[in-house]
Design a protein around this ligand. Structure first.
Ligand SMILES: N[C@@H](CCC[C@H](N)C(=O)O)C(=O)O
Length: 286
């Protein structure tokens, strides 16, 4: 007789694979099923050869605040929980509507870094109020004596000029002459882990084409180079506006497609608009 395995005793989680401009996610409904993943399980699930493969894992949970519809949790492929993900926010809105968890066009969510509003548009795209950028070195966090629109950072005996700011998560933005040849995979990890960014950072390499159009590649904290990063697109546009090089509405071309970003200036929220796609539904055995 073949010994009975313990398959029946095992549990499994339903998920949806999604992407926002090729920045890809595994999304779990943590309302209808209990989802508790260890950092090891997250790394296994995000692995592109032995797992499902993704840049981030998104988790829908009940809100803690009565003002919100959901709690929006985000985990990088390296297993770490983080406070913000712009492309993920658009996928989150489409996920909760498709799963029948909400019938609203405007969804209020809470994250580790505050509340966000997600608006599903008639054309199926999602517009996200990403909140106001923060520039104080403590908020980013970034080690510097004085706050400024630009900083000098020593990397490998070179001095780099960059912007540092928080979009709820930490970002560095460098201006480059050509995004295609920019040293994203060489400098990205060094800036991500630079000791002046004590919580590490996401690193954007921005080519300014004209006052309303940039090209951007991003080395993401905890995920490596991705095809798009919504929060870094916001950070790049804010940095470019502060440098006097960009207007208030900017089209951002990323390797995975285009985002539209608007920012009216200090104290104002950054608005990000773009698509969100479902790829497939599946079950992950635990
Ligand atoms: N892809 C995201 C950002 C995800 C989190 C980021 N890697 C971090 O560690 O802060 C986006 O679209 O914003």
């Amino acid at each position: 007789m073949i010994a009975k395995t313990d398959q029946t005793a095992r549990s499994a989680l339903n998920f949806t694979k999604m992407h926002g401009l090729g920045n890809d996610f595994v999304v779990f409904d943590g309302i209808r099923q209990r989802v508790h993943l260890t950092p090891e399980q997250i790394r296994a699930l995000a692995d592109r050869h032995f797992g499902i493969g993704c840049d981030q894992i998104l988790l829908v949970e009940p809100p803690q605040s009565p003002d919100c519809d959901f709690r929006y949790r985000i985990f990088n492929a390296d297993g770490g929980e983080v406070a913000q993900c712009g492309n993920g926010a658009r996928c989150f809105a489409v996920f909760v509507r498709r799963a029948g968890l909400s019938d609203k066009d405007v969804i209020q969510v809470e994250t580790q870094s505050g509340q966000m509003q997600l608006r599903i548009l008639e054309n199926g795209e999602v517009s996200v109020n990403m909140g106001a950028p923060r520039f104080s070195p403590e908020a980013i966090p970034f080690k510097t004596q004085e706050e400024g629109p630009e900083y000098l950072l020593e990397v490998n005996h070179d001095t780099l000029r960059l912007a540092a700011l928080s979009m709820g998560n930490p970002h560095a933005v460098l201006r480059v002459p050509d995004v295609v040849t920019a040293p994203v995979t060489q400098l990205g990890p060094q800036i991500e882990k630079h000791p002046d960014f004590p919580q590490r950072c996401n690193v954007g390499f921005m080519e300014i084409c004209d006052r309303s159009h940039i090209r951007l590649r991003v080395w993401e904290r905890g995920a490596g180079e991705t095809l798009a990063c919504g929060s870094n697109a916001c950070a790049a546009v804010v940095a470019g506006i502060r440098w006097g090089a960009l207007d208030q509405a900017v089209a951002v071309d990323l390797p995975g497609g285009q985002l539209h970003i608007q920012w009216a200036g200090p104290g104002q929220a950054v608005m990000m608009t773009g698509p969100a796609q479902v790829v497939f539904d599946g079950t992950w055995p635990l």
